[in-house]
Design a binder for this molecule. Structure first.
Ligand code: HEC
Length: 139
């Protein structure tokens, strides 16, 4: 009897874990397809309209060698912005709003002006998660 109850509990726990997992899952293969939209401006290994994105996950904002950033993007890095996966996922929904909020929260409201050169927004949250999973594979 006890064994049977334990078995049921463990099945329920596994099912719970699986459903949580799939809601939060990131799919790098799907992200590679999403990244085609970024390729209008970005490549992994060279600066174009936008900075090179290989190694961007974990990188301080505004530091791709040789790329000329907007003051907004540059100052965010100076104020401590690091491109964690979570940050990029939020940023891609509205890059201007994200950078201005970051600078304001850090006490640099005076620098939260102007506009980022990244004019692209990705509204779909699942696509944002997937493309960031793909970015994490670009070393
Ligand atoms: C229309 C061109 C364009 C598109 C499309 C675009 N970007 Fe950008 N991106 C830029 C530019 C330009 C910058 C530099 C922003 C600045 O200096 O203010 C940038 C900056 C970034 C940064 C910050 C890099 C750093 O070193 O601080 C990330 C991350 C980023 N883009 C990711 C993406 C992803 C992911 C996509 C696709 C979902 C994408 N971008 C689509 C032009 C673009």
């Amino acid at each position: 009897m006890v064994k049977k109850i334990l078995a049921i509990v463990s099945i329920a726990a596994t099912a719970g874990a699986l459903s949580v997992g799939s809601a939060a899952a990131q799919d790098a293969a799907k992200g590679e397809a999403v990244f085609k939209q970024c390729m209008t401006c970005h490549r992994a290994d060279k600066n174009m309209v936008g900075p090179a994105l290989a190694g961007v996950v974990g990188r301080k904002a505004g530091t791709a060698p040789g790329f000329s950033y907007s003051p907004l993007n540059h100052h965010s890095g100076e104020a401590g912005l690091v491109w964690t996966q979570e940050n990029i996922i939020t940023y891609l929904a509205d890059p201007n709003a994200f950078l201005k909020k970051f600078l304001t929260d850090k006490g640099h409201a005076d620098q939260a002006v102007g506009a980022t050169k990244m004019t692209f927004k990705l509204a779909n949250e699942q696509q944002r998660k997937d493309v960031v999973a793909y970015l994490a594979t670009l070393k």
